[in-house]
Design a protein around this ligand. Structure first.
Ligand SMILES: [Zn+2]
Ligand SMILES: [Zn+2]
Length: 248
């Protein structure tokens, strides 16, 4: 899809109001979240992608290394953006600089991607953070994104807490690639009040790096009878890029 077409669709979808650019703070007079200058540096995930997890691929393969070699529990994953440049900054601001309000703007792109991929789901949920993280950050950015997503679509009745993180894990950025994959194993449980049996679940998170977080959440959901788990993250990190971030 061309960028012009994308703009057109987004503008159709939302009423114009004034906002500030998520990257530079300049006033913007549409719903795109970024001023025209910063928008030039947004990297959309519109090229060749892994047929399972949706990460941008530079190779001729159909699947990325993770999906080719690991046990994957989610059915598909999609991201409108690559985790680079201004999107990376906007996501980190949302997560670490107390700018939870960014989630409301960025969630529009999740709506757009869900529409573009024609996603079908009976329940919308989000990747949890541990109690300790919630205490220091005071919010879970994935939950904010999921709530904003449902608000935009008038589907708040579909939003549910399904997975809880029961133990603190080492920050992913301090670990090697293989350690990252095992770090989260066994850290998640189904919420005692959640009912996911035979449900098609849309699992929202901010960023997918190795995919370990969404995979562990999907494992819990599938083991409790979920019919389908589709992950939707704002951005995904190309395999070759080695940014230092925490997946939580
Ligand atoms: Zn800007
Ligand atoms: Zn993949």
């Amino acid at each position: 899809m061309s960028r012009a077409k994308f703009r057109e669709l987004l503008l159709d979808m939302f009423t114009a109001t004034d906002y500030r650019c998520l990257n530079c703070g300049r006033d913007v007079f549409d719903n795109l979240g970024f001023c025209p200058d910063c928008m030039k540096n947004v990297v959309f995930n519109n090229g060749k992608t892994c047929k399972r997890c949706g990460v941008a691929l530079d190779t001729d393969e159909d699947y990325c290394g993770n999906c080719a070699f690991d046990k994957i529990y989610f059915d598909r994953a999609y991201s409108p953006f690559c985790y680079e440049g201004v999107i990376r900054k906007a996501v980190l601001d949302m997560k670490f600089n107390n700018l939870g309000a960014n989630a409301k703007v960025l969630a529009r792109y999740l709506v757009f991607e869900a529409d573009r991929q024609k996603l079908e789901y009976d329940l919308v949920t989000y990747a949890p953070v541990s109690a300790k993280t919630l205490k220091t950050r005071r919010y879970n950015q994935a939950q904010l994104l999921a709530r904003a997503f449902c608000d935009i679509l008038n589907k708040t009745d579909l939003l549910a807490e399904t997975v809880v993180k029961i133990r603190e894990t080492s920050p992913q950025e301090k670990l090697s690639r293989s350690e990252r994959k095992t770090n989260l194993v066994g850290s998640y449980r189904l919420h005692p009040l959640a009912n996911v049996k035979n449900k098609r679940i849309l699992l929202i998170d901010d960023v997918k790096t190795t995919g370990a977080t969404i995979n562990e959440c999907a494992k819990v959901l599938k083991r409790h009878g979920a019919a389908q788990v589709t992950a939707l993250t704002l951005a995904s990190r190309k395999e070759s890029l080695d940014y230092e971030i925490s997946e939580e």
